[in-house]
Design a protein around this ligand. Structure first.
Ligand code: NAP
Length: 265
């Protein structure tokens, strides 16, 4: 029997959770396709994965806010012999009240979080269904369970990913394809270091208890992929917050957090 390696495509692989997914999947014996804009970072990660895990690692640079670039990735996905994991992870935040923010950035967020994830899933699914094997992880957020001032469109795009994943998982039941909407809480990545968040000093101001390392979040996601819930919130503290959000009892914590965002927006 030939030893056929699984293939995983990770968007937003140049940093944070995406790089952690790539490392974890390579360690599990997958070959990787790395997608993001910063080619140098992707090339460095690809070299690391080849050396550390003997993985074949391809770099597909793309700006997922760009229609033509997404079409290019779709075409390359359709041309693959196999794709076992699609990790729709690329994402970013836009700081400040919606009505005061850049509509171009908000539109890009919808393109990256919603349109790119939806279209790459559409491109990947025929092959996965035909082989009766595949996993799609849409990286959502704890923010998907609430509408917070200063984070309106971010929360809404992530809520889309939850609903999309839930429905898709039901459609695919019995077809061998698993779907997860991963809803991390505060995770140590570059997300809060990007220009939109840099001067908020989130890691200093939000208690350490709430922060999780990216590799722990990824580990938990993959552990729950086969048998866990479709909308997966890692760790008890975040599950409590998500429940509060779902019940509309955002209360004290998010009153405090939204005040925090408002003051610094
Ligand atoms: N960190 C948190 O606390 C947290 C919590 C909940 C959910 N999340 C979600 O986790 C996901 C990963 O974020 P992270 O925390 O790992 O942040 P990060 O360290 O800033 O990484 C974000 C990744 O997304 C990529 N990306 C952003 N815009 C892109 C575009 N237009 N085209 C292609 N790639 C793009 C970036 O690559 P390039 O810049 O090289 O293109 C980078 O690889 C996001 O969807 C985020 O919403 C994060």
């Amino acid at each position: 029997m030939t030893d056929v390696r699984a293939v995983a495509l990770v968007t937003g692989a140049s940093a944070g959770l995406g790089a952690a997914f790539a490392r974890k999947l390579a360690a599990r014996g997958c070959d990787l396709i790395l997608v993001a804009r910063r080619t140098d970072r992707l090339e460095n990660l690809a070299a690391e994965l080849r050396t550390a895990h003997g993985a074949s690692a391809r770099v597909w640079p793309a700006d997922l806010a760009d229609e033509a670039a997404v079409a290019g990735i779709e075409a390359r996905i359709r041309a693959l012999d196999r794709l076992d994991y699609l990790i729709n992870n690329a994402g970013f935040g836009v700081r400040g009240y919606f009505f005061d923010s850049s509509i171009q950035r908000q539109t890009e967020m919808v393109r990256v979080h919603i349109l790119a994830s939806m279209r790459l899933a559409y491109a990947a699914l025929p092959g996965m269904i035909a082989r009766r094997h595949g996993y799609i992880i849409n990286v959502s957020s704890l923010g998907s369970f609430m509408g917070m001032p200063g984070n309106v469109n971010y929360n809404a795009t992530k809520a889309y990913l939850n609903t999309f994943s839930q429905g898709l998982a039901r459609e695919l039941a019995g077809m061998g394809v698993r779907v997860q909407a991963l809803c991390p809480g505060f995770t140590v990545t570059e997300f809060h270091d990007t220009p939109a968040y840099a001067n908020l000093r989130a890691r200093e101001r939000i208690p350490r208890f709430f922060w999780d390392p990216a590799d722990r979040v990824v580990e938990a996601s993959l552990r729950h992929l086969e048998h866990g819930p479709v909308i997966y919130v890692p760790f008890l503290k975040n599950q409590v917050i998500a429940l509060g959000g779902k019940l509309g009892m955002i209360g004290l914590l998010f009153g405090i957090l939204s005040g925090w965002f408002r003051k610094r927006a």
